[in-house]
Design a protein around this ligand. Structure first.
Ligand SMILES: C[S@@+](CC[C@H](N)C(=O)[O-])C[C@H]1O[C@@H](n2cnc3c(N)ncnc32)[C@H](O)[C@@H]1O
Length: 349
């Protein structure tokens, strides 16, 4: 059980290796990272099982930028028949678990395995319950079985309160029929990720005022309007007509980098595709100058050294706030709906 497994967006295995190696060094966890390009996962092989456990106990999953899911455990080869029996036997050494998720990687091979997982789930959970390996305890560890094929599985466990909220870290969000663009789901996912559900009524409340920089055609504005906020939408491009008919949106054809609201607002969101340093500076300025209380900004990633660049920009934001004597809580994640980008959330405290 000395292997840490991390799911990620295909193509970002190197970023996971860099991020996890840097954390392991800080935590004095010895081992090495490996990740095959486009496999949609990376691993960190710790020297001991105790170190793998320590890593997961010391790191908050939500603080990881590139991993979508994680677990500690080991690989297991499965036979052609009686896979359930072999799995149950292998799990005898593990503590009882409170839930079981069957997962696959975000690749075509993974997708092809989804049906197999669906069929396998019922007999497996029945057997685990019968043998006392699956118990009715929501605080017990979660068993994460990641199938690489029908013959190979990673048996992992994670604390259900310190792991992805959705299997494989893929949120089940339905595209709202009336939203003007698919990017609407990016903002919805960001809220799920950065704002605890029981705080939505307070922090995403009706009549709050929001600014959407780079708003056209209005996917993000649609989400704000859906929460009954009043929105200033900044973009030279056109806004969706139905959205404007809501009466909650004012459209300004202006430059998002120089626009400033006359009065401070509750929210600023920005989906402008620009150099990441420029968007990061915008985020720091809006919170630092008190122009808004919370902000969500996309950072487009460079071609190389993507983890190092994101860390550098996050540090620049922290330094900026510190020099203004402003306290803020900063988080950053590559969301499922993000492509070559990460999403940052900053809240003034
Ligand atoms: C990715 S799109 C935004 C999509 C939008 N969030 C949605 O959900 O429909 C980026 C937008 O930023 C706008 N944009 C680019 N540079 C800008 C600037 N300097 N100021 C304001 N808008 C800008 C573009 O016109 C484009 O509409």
């Amino acid at each position: 059980m000395n292997t840490l497994l991390f799911h990620c967006r295909p193509g970002f295995e190197g970023e996971v290796c860099a991020e996890v190696s840097s954390l392991a060094a800080r935590l004095d966890v010895s081992g090495y990272a490996r990740g095959k390009p486009d496999s949609a996962y990376a691993e960190f092989i710790c020297q001991t099982a105790e170190e793998a456990q320590r890593f997961m106990a010391k790191v908050r999953f939500d603080d990881l930028i590139f991993p979508r899911q994680w677990a500690r455990g080991m690989h297991l080869a499965l036979p052609e028949t009686d896979r359930v029996g072999v799995l149950v036997e292998a799990l005898e050494a593990c503590p009882p678990v409170g839930s079981v998720w069957l997962e696959v990687f975000d690749t075509n091979d993974g997708k092809a395995l989804s049906n197999f997982c669906k069929k396998f789930e019922r007999p497996l959970t029945t057997a685990l319950k019968k043998t006392g390996r699956l118990v009715d305890d929501s605080r017990a560890p979660r068993l994460l079985l990641t199938f690489k094929s029908g013959r190979e599985v990673f048996i992992g466990i994670a604390d259900p309160d310190n792991a992805a909220r959705w299997p494989m870290g893929v949120p089940r969000l339905k595209f709202p029929r009336r939203a003007p663009s698919r990017s609407t789901l990016k903002l919805e996912e960001a809220w799920h990720h950065f704002i605890p559900r029981d705080q939505w009524d307070q922090r995403l409340a009706p009549d709050m005022r929001a600014v959407d920089l780079g708003a056209s055609p209005g996917g993000w504005t649609w989400q704000l309007v859906n929460r009954e906020m009043r929105v200033m939408a900044i973009d030279n491009g056109p806004m969706d007509v139905d959205l404007m008919d809501s009466g909650l949106v004012e459209h300004y054809r202006a430059d998002g980098f120089s626009f400033r609201p006359r009065q401070a607002v509750d929210w600023m969101v920005c989906d402008i595709v620009e150099k990441p340093a420029r968007n990061a500076a915008l985020l720091e300025t809006w919170i630092g100058e008190g122009l808004c209380r919370e902000a969500i900004v996309n950072l487009k990633l460079p071609m190389k050294q993507r983890y190092a660049e994101v860390e550098r920009l996050l540090q620049r934001i922290r330094d900026g706030l510190k020099s203004r004597n402003v306290k803020g809580s900063l988080a950053c994640k590559q969301l499922y709906h993000d492509r070559e980008e990460v999403t940052c959330h900053l809240r003034r405290l």
